[in-house]
Design a protein around this ligand. Structure first.
Ligand SMILES: Cc1cc2nc3c(=O)[nH]c(=O)nc-3n(C[C@H](O)[C@H](O)[C@H](O)COP(=O)(O)O)c2cc1C
Length: 421
């Protein structure tokens, strides 16, 4: 049985397992999934309370009591008994469904909260964050940001946000990590795994900083280490675990590695159809992704050279993959996820600027993403490119894009809510 609840409107029983959801923040706009499965058994406050304390959406005892009452009411409705007995009997991470999904790929300095929400608004079902190295996460702490209504992973002793997410994307955001060590990966993942839909390990990055640290594509030649990292995460996290690989030198090698990865129990495997030595302009080898799909029974997410909405179907047919992941196509125009066709890139860019303002995105990341868009369609030497390069704050960017009123409005509303959004 699936129970959907919002604190304002009570409970709704839908189907199968129970997913508890509640409205979040004073705007009552975003829903947060509390990520658990509940079965009706017997009343057991001692079992329920520790679980309620871990609920990201229940911030106060008042919220928790409301949830408790909600569970009990749902149980009463479900069992038809006036005084039903209920307890949380299974606390399991909600699995993501990887069938027929359009996936925003991980992209460094691009895949921050505003860009993920933008892609989702146009139709992306699953959105990966940028790769973050485990060492960096381990220097951080998790903070609730009441002003923005976000969960922030912030470098200790600073205000530097390393990862920001919000309840709206709780069920689709994938946290991607760079690592070369199972225990370190686990300690880092534990800081934020309850706030995301899945944890993914990057095994495809060919950049020297990754390889020299034994991360990214360096893992592809260390199947024992891959096994160690993935099984350690699987055993200790309630959150689904996945990984993203590149092709190896021969299709047989890739298939062998994919089979090994499958044995670790990961929920899905993303395959970028290029080899480590390939450049982005080299065509992705969809046929070698197809070899992997044929060899494993876990969902495979096909990645490489998807630029138009029609390509989603083409790559699915060519590879037989469960889902499709796209990076550059989405970076250049995130509305490519929309079945209605792409919007003009200027409109998409403006919406990205507004979302960056709304979620107070890091200016460096916003500038980087805008520059990538501009470079694709225009040129950084033109006035727009120069203005973006010169901008030092979101206020500067807002002014350049004629969004100063929006910027003012957002900042005023934050102020007038007295720091609670
Ligand atoms: C700007 C940019 C940043 C990227 N950052 C990451 C990353 O953080 N992690 C990762 O696994 N792949 C990263 N990639 C690779 C993409 O996720 C993807 O595998 C690759 O671009 C192929 O997909 P495409 O042909 O749709 O671009 C990045 C690609 C781009 C263009």
């Amino acid at each position: 049985m699936r129970v959907t609840m919002d604190l304002m409107r009570g409970w709704q029983v839908a189907s199968g397992k129970w997913t508890l959801m509640m409205m979040d923040g004073p705007y009552h706009r975003n829903r947060v999934s509390i990520n658990t499965r509940v079965r009706v058994h017997r009343p057991d406050l001692t079992t329920l309370w520790p679980w309620l304390l871990r609920c990201p959406g229940a911030r106060t005892d008042h919220d928790r009591v409301k949830l408790l009452v909600g569970i009990w009411r749902a149980a009463r409705r479900e069992t038809g008994k006036l005084w039903p007995q209920c307890s949380v009997s299974a606390i399991a991470g909600m699995e993501i469904d990887y069938t027929n999904k359009l996936v925003l790929a991980p992209m460094v300095r691009v895949g921050t909260l505003p860009f993920r929400l933008l892609a989702a608004e146009y139709g992306a079902d699953i959105t990966y964050g940028e790769e973050i190295i485990d060492h960096k996460i381990l220097k951080c702490e998790r903070r609730i940001n009441d002003v923005l209504g976000t969960i922030d992973v912030v470098e200790k002793g600073t205000d530097s946000v390393v990862f920001r997410t919000c309840s709206e994307e709780r069920n689709r955001v994938v946290f991607q990590m760079g690592t070369s060590d199972a225990v370190r990966a686990l300690r880092a993942a534990q800081i934020l795994c309850k706030d995301v839909a899945a944890v993914d390990i990057n095994m495809g990055c060919p950049k020297s900083f990754s390889i020299s640290g034994g991360m990214g594509a360096a893992l592809l030649t260390k199947p024992d280490l891959i096994h160690d990292i993935l099984t350690t995460l699987k055993r200790n996290l309630n959150t689904p675990v996945t990984c993203k690989i590149r092709l190896l030198k021969s299709p047989q090698d890739t298939v062998e590695l994919a089979r090994r990865i499958e044995k670790t129990g990961v929920s899905a495997l993303a395959v970028h159809g290029r080899k480590v030595a390939d450049r982005p302009r080299d065509p992705a080898k969809w046929s070698e992704i197809a070899d992997v799909v044929a060899a494993v029974s876990i969902p495979v997410i096909a990645n490489g050279d998807v630029f138009e909405y029609e390509d989603f179907e083409r790559i699915k047919v060519a590879t037989g993959a469960s889902s499709v992941m796209v990076a550059r196509g989405a970076l250049w125009n995130a509305s490519m996820f929309s079945p209605k066709g792409k919007l003009p890139w200027e409109d998409v860019k403006r919406e990205y600027v507004r979302k960056s303002i709304l979620w107070d995105n890091d200016i460096k990341s916003t500038k980087h993403t805008l520059k990538e868009m501009i470079m694709h369609y225009s040129c950084l030497e033109f006035p727009e490119g120069k203005a973006v390069i010169k901008s030092e704050t979101l206020a500067d960017l807002a002014r350049h894009y004629g969004e100063d009123n929006y910027y003012e409005l957002i900042n005023k509303s934050r102020f007038s809510f007295g720091g609670s959004r």
